[in-house]
Design a binder for this molecule. Structure first.
Ligand SMILES: Nc1nc2c(c(=O)[nH]1)N[C@H]1C(S)=C(S)[C@@H](COP(=O)(O)OP(=O)(O)OC[C@H]3O[C@@H](n4cnc5c(=O)[nH]c(N)nc54)[C@H](O)[C@@H]3O)O[C@H]1N2
Ligand SMILES: Nc1nc2c(c(=O)[nH]1)N[C@H]1C(S)=C(S)[C@@H](COP(=O)(O)OP(=O)(O)OC[C@H]3O[C@@H](n4cnc5c(=O)[nH]c(N)nc54)[C@H](O)[C@@H]3O)O[C@H]1N2
Ligand code: SF4
Ligand SMILES: [Mo]
Length: 699
């Protein structure tokens, strides 16, 4: 390969940064931000450079491997596909369709081929045992969007470039680069709010990187955001500050919302939340009096026991103040490939329940918190075979040790993955797709969640290793063989995702095409977000529901918890998570440049708490929850709220069987050996990572 400059979108997180990659003599010599990318304007983060490391990683699999008594052995694709499909069919014939389960992880939506083709395979399994990282993350966002606006993907996005007031609750975009808000260069975009005279306020139990740059930060007791949000709404009603504007014509449920909020005055919730009534009033007045404002909540408010109520109330605040669907508020995107154009609303919730605990289905999936017990509990429809795709549930879902045990009992496991890690090491066969710099890319999902309408297609930089397969080839082949009476391939030819992408672009609102995108390798700017309601609503009468019945009902559960104290029997601390700019969930610790430097897998604790426990900085402590214990060093910092401790997720690479040479040297421990599969947002079954009580002991 000759020397060249390649432009592409980074697919590692949701920010969609444009990259300029220099290649000399066939290898990457430089990865920089693409200054001509209209969306990211030259911004990148340190992870982008790790795309080179993933491409060159000797631990990355390129061909199928099979577990044998003598370790992993490379096998042919033909043998791998044949054995996998035979085994799935055999298990389904013996135990029923639901005995085969599938778990899809986060990178699924960062890969065009997987986004478009893994659903084909999942469907071909005809199983109700489908799981994904969604229920350990953003299920409450989808639930609230579905209930209020008619479709789970109709999620409002902060109009960050035009707002005068941004209230960020449970999100740390300066570390995460934004989520359900694709926003490259977020630090400068936040700074721009301040430069134009606006304000940024953060609500978080930790004084985060984002909070440090904000105009104001309030510590909040983990899991109590719904109380704060109700108090804000109470003030808005009590002081006659409702100002729906045009939304008045197509919103309903306002009286009921007023009644509900009436009981939650700021005085009533200040103890629970840790934010004084005076501060809640000031915050509400600042929000309401701002020319435009947006309330945005992310993972911190989603993964808690009232996550769905919180996401509902966040949307409601934007509606009540007239900030939904207006410039500078919370807006909807108009992506170049627009799935919602032909979408319908229908019932997507609780059509079936999990076998053991009766947790509700949503969007065709069951909550991942129930996966281990569905494998371990004997009986009809017990899960006997698991397929993971782009996921590492042992490190990323609650009670990882229990899941480890459960995986050991499976009759068969297949992983579609690029590494032998904590989860995939349990598999019988691993099918690795080409990835990263080897694949063409278009962000089907994140263009739908972006703070600006843009479109960009990236060609593959390198061809895949000879004999390797693309993700779409793997999923299509598996789906095809599942549909055939015998599992061998009888001349099936799969179709590259670009074909459908091109059609999607042509039928989309801008009449683009793949060719047009190829001619614009830096991406095409399609303009700022524009008002689109009520047209875009997918509720039956194109009206916003401010008080969805099912969420209103759940308020009773919230009310009962007002005086609850989870911190009992010596479990005196609440454990929350944290993200670092150089981590990416569990799977990027095999890049030396990302893991080098000081140990990031520490337990952050407030100095007063450390003193109480008689602990010095870096002391190793034992942290125990209902489900288990881990040992790790503490990091004393007054960035933490008192009574709250924090550790990152995605570490814990010292488990048996892991073949990640660099990650193993920076193993850390897994927070999800402490998080509890029984602590949930009970309405939806989403994991409540932030409501876990722990005990801390000096060792
Ligand atoms: N305590 C706690 N736990 C959490 C969170 C938290 O905040 N706190 N966050 C949660 C959230 S938001 C999420 S999204 C989940 C993530 O949970 P998961 O999606 O289960 O975990 P990841 O670490 O993203 O695992 C990604 C997997 O995909 C593989 N992979 C990478 N690229 C490719 C590819 O191109 N193709 C294929 N086939 N595989 C690939 C990697 O090797 C790895 O095995 O974790 C959740 N867990
Ligand atoms: N560098 C990096 N970037 C990432 C990822 C990564 O692992 N590393 N993961 C990606 C993924 S999968 C996702 S989903 C996004 C997530 O994107 P964000 O939501 O921005 O991620 P976090 O940094 O986890 O921010 C959650 C914040 O909530 C706070 N918090 C915890 N409990 C509570 C609570 O009860 N109430 C309130 N108000 N706040 C609380 C935490 O202290 C934390 O600051 O990031 C994505 N980007
Ligand atoms: S912020 Fe996200 S998209 Fe941008 S370079 Fe970093 S990992 Fe890639
Ligand atoms: Mo996530």
């Amino acid at each position: 390969m000759k020397n060249l400059t390649h432009f592409r979108t980074c697919n590692l997180c949701e920010a969609m940064c444009g990259l300029e990659i220099k290649v000399e003599n066939g290898s990457v010599t430089k990865i920089e931000g693409d200054k001509n990318d209209p969306f990211s304007r030259g911004h990148i983060c340190p992870k982008a450079v790790a795309l080179k490391d993933i491409y060159e990683d000797p631990n990355r699999l390129k061909f199928p491997v099979k577990r044998t008594d003598n370790g992993w052995q490379q096998i042919s694709w033909e043998q791998a596909f044949g054995e996998v499909v035979d085994k799935i069919k055999e298990i389904q014939a013996k135990y029923g369709k639901n005995a085969v389960a599938m778990y899809q992880g986060n990178p699924s939506i960062h890969n065009l081929g997987t986004t478009m083709n893994s659903p084909l395979f999942a469907k071909s399994l005809q199983t109700k045992s489908l799981f994904s990282a969604t229920s350990a993350d953003q299920l409450p966002h989808h639930f609230a969007a579905w209930q209020m606006f008619g479709h789970p993907m109709l999620m409002p996005i902060p109009d960050i470039d035009f707002t005068d007031f941004m209230l960020i609750i449970g999100g740390n975009p300066i570390a995460s680069n934004g989520s359900i808000m694709s926003v490259p260069d977020v630090a400068n975009r936040l700074k721009a709010i301040q430069k134009r005279g606006g304000k940024v306020v953060v609500i978080d139990p930790r004084l985060t990187e984002t909070a440090a740059k904000a105009d104001q930060h309030f510590f909040i007791r983990p899991g109590t955001d719904s109380f704060l949000l109700l108090a804000i709404i109470q003030i808005i009603f009590a002081e006659n500050l409702v100002s729906l504007g045009k939304l008045k014509d197509f919103s309903h449920g306002i009286t009921l919302l007023k009644e509900i909020s009436a009981d939650f005055s700021p005085e009533k919730v200040e103890l629970q939340t840790g934010i004084s009534a005076k501060d809640i009033r000031q915050l509400t007045h600042d929000f309401v009096n701002s020319k435009t404002a947006v309330c945005y909540g992310r993972v911190g408010v989603s993964v808690q026991t009232f996550g769905s109520i919180a996401q509902w109330l966040i949307n409601a605040i934007n509606v009540l103040t007239g900030n939904l669907d207006r410039t500078g508020g919370a807006m909807f995107t108009a992506p170049a490939v627009d799935f919602l154009a032909r979408a319908k609303t229908d019932n997507r919730f609780n059509r079936w329940q999990s076998r053991v605990r009766g947790l509700p289905e949503f969007l065709g999936e069951l909550p991942v918190a129930t996966l281990a017990e569905e494998i371990l509990t004997e009986g009809e429809n017990q899960i006997k075979c698991l397929i993971t795709s782009c996921g590492n549930p042992i490190l990323s879902t609650p009670n990882g040790r229990q899941l480890d045990k459960a995986f050991d009992t499976l009759e068969y496991m297949v992983a579609i993955d690029i590494y032998i890690n904590e989860s995939t090491q349990h598999a019988d066969i691993i099918l690795p797709p080409a990835t990263g710099l080897e694949v063409p890319h278009y962000d089907m999902t994140f263009h739908m969640l972006a703070v600006r309408n843009t479109a960009k297609f990236s060609e593959a930089l390198f061809s895949k290793t000879e004999g390797a397969k693309y993700d779409w080839e793997i999923y299509q082949e598996l789906a095809y063989r599942m549909s055939q009476p015998n599992s061998s391939n009888i001349g099936f030819i799969s179709e590259a995702p670009e074909v459908k992408l091109d059609l999607g672009l042509q039928f989309g609102p801008y009449g683009l095409s793949l060719q047009k995108l190829k001619e614009n390798p830096h991406g095409i700017d399609l303009g700022a977000l524009k008002p689109c309601l009520p047209n875009r609503l997918l509720t039956p009468e194109k009206r916003i529901n401010l008080a969805p019945e099912i969420l209103v009902k759940d308020i009773e559960r919230l009310r009962k918890s007002l005086n609850d104290n989870t911190l009992m029997n010596g479990f005196d601390y609440l454990l929350i998570g944290r993200r670092h700019l150089r981590d990416n969930n569990s799977w990027m610790h095999n890049s030396e440049r990302l893991v080098k430097g000081r140990n990031r897998c520490t337990l952050m604790i407030h100095s007063d708490d450390a003193q109480k426990l008689n602990l010095e900085n870096n002391a190793v402590v034992k942290v125990t929850s209902r489900v288990g214990s881990v040992e790790l060093p503490i990091e004393i910092t007054n960035q933490m709220m008192q009574g709250v401790v924090s550790m990152p997720h995605g570490y814990g690479h010292a488990r048996k069987g892991v073949q990640l040479d660099i990650a193993s040297k920076h193993a850390g421990v897994s927070i999800n050996d402490l998080t509890d599969e029984l602590v949930l947002d009970e309405l939806t079954g989403n994991v409540a990572f932030n409501n876990v009580a722990v005990k801390i002991e000096k060792i």
